[in-house]
Design a protein around this ligand. Sequence first.
Ligand code: HEC
Length: 275
Amino acid sequence: MKINLNSPKYLVISLCIFISVFFVNNINSAEGGPCKDYGECDEFKYSLNDVESLQRGASTYINYCYGCHSLKYSRWNRVAEDLQIPEDIFFENLVFDKSIKPGDLMVGAMSEESVNWFGVAPPDLTLVSRYKGDDWIYSYLRAYYEDSSKQYGVNNLVYPGTAMPNVLLSLQGNQRLVCKDVPVIARNGGEKRDVSGNTIYQEKCGFLKVEDGTGKLSKEEFDDLIYDLTNFLVYVGEPIKATRERIGWYVVFYFLIFTALSSLLYREYHKDYNK
Ligand code: HEC
């Protein structure tokens, strides 16, 4: 078979290969851990170029999480620099231990013996977005509910029996599992109706609902807070990610232009053979 590399078919095939190689990476990173009783994890789309979101996430992390969870593979000054926070403002507002130097690793604020308080040592979270997935984290932090049978009075749908207390309870409010009447779905995917055309309802339990007025934030504000926090954990898991993705696009453009040029060149050379 004579392969004519000049034919548009080959150009299209090579384009498809470039594009699929590029997106396979995205498919992998969207794969979170299974969300157990929560069902499907909520989808999380990071935005690492949104520096303000990362700044808010870092601030929430240091105020609410850093007491238990270290980020021991990151350094304070690297985070300040990447998040475009001037070092003096960063140290004044977010670093509470004044003996810390800018180049120190973020080794956490927990003493050795307090690690035993929870039965499980709070893990380091530098790489948590890499091994659990961002969807999992985003769902986990929003899936606490009241359960008086547990040590801290709460349980979690995504991580049943978690040893972590609900540290954001005062912001989110008191979340409970409630039952709701939901339309019965027929086998064809539509709502089931009785003979007079009314939708048939059935009681289903296990829905999360926050008791009105018990939290400092509204549901949307709380979701935004967890969005920023998860976004920050994605950043910490791979600080170079935003740059890497930008360079990836340059490489794709380079290949496209290079393919076009080499195809023109090929055509030019080929003229000599066809004489
Ligand atoms: C009072 C201490 C404490 C605080 C504060 C705390 N956690 Fe935890 N966290 C834990 C413990 C203990 C575990 C281990 C739970 C287990 O495995 O049962 C954990 C587990 C986790 C996990 C799962 C990690 C894994 O590998 O399974 C994530 C994610 C997490 N915490 C995020 C956070 C975030 C985000 C914050 C701040 C909003 C936070 N934690 C605040 C104690 C804490």
